[in-house]
Ligand binder design. Structure first.
Ligand code: MN
Length: 473
């Protein structure tokens, strides 16, 4: 379901003015096409060059079009020459999509022996970009400013990352989140104002009784279950006891996944929550069902945590096609050590296999809570390397984003009695500081863990969503 974005585009507009005459503007247009090509070649989203804009009317008309064009997810502007800022004010006031100001210059080096005033007029982004920046600041427009030579790989990469975040922003405006049951009772951090969330993030959060889901689960056929178990067998390693004829648990787990997936597809949902305190009609807590749905692009939050479900989905959109993964996560238990204290992250069952390393085994074990039959889950270690934990925190009727980079290590020793997916990490700058700051900020015990979304991407995301972002470490 992450592949529905093929038609999405980022538009590129070039700012100039009529003062320099047609010949200069033709050159601007010619150069713009080359930059658009370079940007497009290195970007995950199509970059479509629109036009050189030289009047208030042209700029305002373009921005109106951007707002109403569903496939346009954002605007990149570059001031090739000088574009008087007042021309932009009426348009900027209307802009409802993410904006990136590319502050670059077509020409790389000064042609010392040949430089004249024609060259100067054509290559004056240095002050043209500043004039545009002032207009944006005055109009209080949230935007990312990227500065550097346009062929520079680091510049192209930061434009690609911003485009990915703009895609997640667009996805969030259309996101529907299904809550199977309500919150885990008595828990505070998973609560929040869903009306404020819809105004801030665009996504809609709606609750459903378990009976609505069970109706879908009841319609699942044996043939569908056989097919899904075949997929499980191809992708994961099924433990021997579940392969026997006595595999009712696996059949039931597959039935739950198929019912959930059908429900989510029917309602156009891209994220969901469950709670072990409301499993009426289910024979086991959804474990592999949630894990496998997350692996195919769905956002998820346990115990009714819709804010986390939404951010997991957004992370999956931002990082589509990249190696590594993103998952729902929880700081579970500590390993205090003078050589560097660590966190063991896990959950009762629901960690996404896209973050795994090595064997991923489908197992079935008792679960002390939920009061149901033994649930089936995928067990694995999380891959070592750099990652981040992030959390959207409700501050009443507004929100903030907390981010903490971590370094994941493989466990020092095997943990044969721990039947869940797990990862061991060192938070930055160290556990004591990171946990203290996280707690002081009121951060959630649930997080969104990602190996391929960067701190700067989440800073861009917070800027687009117009919420504050605190980075710990
Ligand atoms: Mn939890």
């Amino acid at each position: 379901m992450i592949s529905d974005f093929k038609n999405k585009e980022v538009w590129l507009a070039i700012g100039s003015q009529k003062l320099y005459g047609k010949e200069t503007l033709d050159k601007v247009d010619h150069n713009a096409k080359q930059i658009a090509e370079a940007l497009n070649d290195s970007n995950s989203i199509s970059i479509v060059y629109k036009s050189v804009v030289t009047t208030t009317e042209e700029i305002t008309a373009l921005i109106k079009k951007i707002n109403y064009e569903d496939d346009c997810i954002g605007l990149i502007v570059w001031m090739h020459t000088f574009s008087p800022g007042k021309m932009w004010l009426n348009g900027l006031k209307l802009l409802q999509k993410p904006l990136l100001h590319l502050h670059t210059q077509f020409n790389e080096k000064i042609p010392w022996s040949k430089i004249d005033m024609d060259f100067m007029n054509l290559n004056q982004s240095a002050h043209g970009g500043r004039e545009f920046g002032h207009a944006c600041a005055r109009a209080k427009v949230q935007r990312k400013v990227v500065v550097g030579y346009w062929k520079d790989k680091a510049i192209l990469k930061s434009i690609d990352q911003w485009s990915r975040v703009a895609l997640a922003y667009a996805d969030s405006q259309e996101m529907r989140i299904a809550r199977f049951g309500d919150n885990m009772r008595e828990v505070s951090v998973t609560e929040g104002d869903k009306v404020s969330a819809q105004l801030q993030f665009g996504y809609r959060v709606d609750g459903y009784g378990m009976g609505d889901l069970v109706a879908y689960i009841d319609q699942v056929t044996s043939a569908e279950i056989t097919d899904l178990i075949r997929v499980y067998d191809e992708v994961y390693r099924i433990e021997e006891s579940l392969k026997s004829e006595n595999n009712f648990s696996l059949i039931e787990a597959a039935r739950i996944e198929l019912g959930m997936r059908a429900f989510l597809i029917d309602g156009g949902f891209s994220a969901f929550t469950t709670t072990f305190e409301d499993l009426t009609g289910l024979r086991q807590l959804p474990g592999i069902a949630v894990q496998h749905l997350m692996a195919t692009g769905y956002g998820f939050g346990a115990e009714g945590d819709w804010k986390t479900a939404a951010l997991v989905r957004s992370m999956k959109v931002m990082s589509m096609g990249q190696s590594g993964g993103s998952s729902f996560m929880e700081d579970y238990t500590y390993h205090f050590d003078e050589m560097g204290s660590k966190v063991l992250g896990a959950h009762m069952l629901e960690i996404c296999p896209t973050v795994s390393h090595g064997f991923r085994t489908i197992e079935c074990h008792p679960l002390g809570i939920g009061g149901k039959e033994n649930p089936v889950r995928i067990v694995f270690d999380i891959a070592p390397g750099d990652a981040i934990n992030a959390s959207i925190v409700s501050t009443g009727d507004s929100f903030k984003l907390l981010v903490n980079p971590v370094t994941v290590e493989l466990p020092e020793k095997p943990m044969p009695n721990l039947p869940v997916a797990r990862g061991l990490w060192m938070p930055h700058p160290d556990l004591n500081t990171a946990a203290r700051l996280w707690i002081e900020e009121g951060g959630s015990h649930h997080t969104c863990f990602s190996q391929n979304v960067t701190v700067s991407m989440l800073q861009d995301f917070a800027m687009m969503m117009d919420i504050p972002c605190s980075v710990i470490g």
